[in-house]
Design a protein around this ligand. Sequence first.
Ligand code: DAT
Ligand code: MG
Length: 165
Amino acid sequence: MMQATLVLIKPDGLKKSLTGNVLTRLSETKLDIVAARIVKVSKALAENHYIQLKDKPFFDELLKYLMGEYHKKKVMALVYYGEDAIDKVRKICGATNPEEADPVSIRGAYGRITTKGVYENVIHASTNEQESEREIKLWFQPDEIIVDLYPTKNSKEKIDRRVWA
Ligand code: DAT
Ligand code: MG
């Protein structure tokens, strides 16, 4: 089944110059990158991204981590697209807990648990199609993705936005 999945290289990955390593590992999947951007993550975006974990005791620390409070204030967001993209990417990422992850997976090789108990696991990848659609729509606008993944509509709203001077 053709699928799209959201990948985030988290602030620890950028701080540790792991972008190249992570992208090289992901290229083993032979999937297509159909969108990419560098994002300074707001609190609202971090909260929305991890909304299903809002009642967890580690939620506030998780938000700080994704916003880059402990590393660099940036995340690299990508959309990978192709046959069984979700499982292929998750497999290379490894388990959520970097100490339990397969040592040759991205999280097993590069992740760590901080003394505060935060899993600094370098990469995010969607776990199912419902999650990937929600997440991709959160991180990307339709025109930032080079394939048509989901239905779109025309919007004539006048929005205030910054343009080149
Ligand atoms: P995953 O990122 O593997 O999809 P998740 O969605 O359950 O895992 O959790 C999102 C992130 O929250 C995860 O990458 C790291 C952090 N996290 C999850 N469980 C945790 C725990 N028990 N202690 C600390 N951080 C945790
Ligand atoms: Mg998850």
